[in-house]
Design a protein around this ligand. Structure first.
Ligand SMILES: [Zn+2]
Length: 261
């Protein structure tokens, strides 16, 4: 077995750095505040990868001043002690879920990550209002319920940046929440992001590649939903990627109203 490569933060735009985990191409995003501070969004995933983020920040001469979790899934609420004891924001609904359903949220991490990392996963603080109270560029919070309830997309309009969480991916099909049995919630959430996608120039999805053409991603997802709903089929190339055939079949069942969940 070869040793998996440890990928480090790479600059994808002015003051915006992204690392991609060896697991599911999960992205960690860093936005610099221009005053020696950094916002760390969805740091992921393995212990060495989490440790590399504060190390890379130190090499850049900055320190983490805040964190952000886009949604309640286990791979988006991770943290590392060296990032510090700073506020880790998320939407109030996500914070509530990580408190009330904590065992459920962290269950996939137990036995998979070191216990100290499991213990600090999901320790979040609710965002007040619709923008982050931080020292960096304006950061607007857009809440929807498509992939998970109370999911947020973070828009940094001065940077033309959209950090989308688990939406708008090149490696994942639209992945509705289990409670979304007919794709209506997913479509509503996707549509709600239309304006912000159109005015953004740089998209960071939760899994996959950073894109300079956010609208293409949004169009792909909408076309996929249209195809699944109108003809129960799609030629979306993502269907051929690992794990996606099952998700596609589940989405077709949702569209037909035969979803069993
Ligand atoms: Zn997710």
């Amino acid at each position: 077995m070869t040793t998996p490569t440890l990928l480090r933060l790479a600059e994808v735009g002015p003051g915006v750095w992204v690392a991609r985990s060896r697991r599911d191409a999960t992205t960690s995003t860093v936005v610099l505040d221009g005053h020696g501070g950094a916002l760390v969004i969805d740091p992921a995933w393995d212990a060495d990868e989490l440790a590399a983020i504060p190390a890379d920040l130190a090499a850049l001469g900055v320190r983490c001043v805040a964190g952000l979790a886009t949604h309640q899934h286990h791979d988006h609420v991770l943290w590392h002690p060296d990032l510090g004891d700073v506020p880790r924001w998320s939407t109030p609904g996500t914070v509530r879920a990580t408190v009330e359903d904590r065992a459920e949220v962290v269950r996939p991490l137990v036995g998979d990550l070191p216990d100290d990392l499991v213990a600090i996963a999901g320790r979040l603080t609710p965002i007040e209002g619709e923008r982050l109270d931080w020292s960096g560029p304006t950061a607007l919070v857009h809440v929807h319920h498509a992939h998970a309830p109370h999911h947020l997309a973070l828009e940094l309009p001065d940077l033309g940046l959209l950090v989308a969480g688990d939406m708008l991916s090149d490696v994942e099909l639209p992945m509705p929440d289990d409670g979304d049995t007919d794709l209506v919630t997913y479509r509503t959430g996707l549509e709600s992001l239309g304006d912000v996608v159109r005015r953004s120039r740089l998209l960071v999805p939760g899994h996959g590649a950073v894109s300079g053409r956010p609208v293409e991603r949004w169009d792909s997802d909408r076309r996929y939903l249209d195809d699944v709903e109108t003809r129960g089929a799609s030629d979306d190339p993502r269907i051929g990627l690992a794990g996606m055939a099952e998700l596609h079949a589940a989405n077709v069942a949702r569209a037909r109203g035969t979803d069993g969940s």
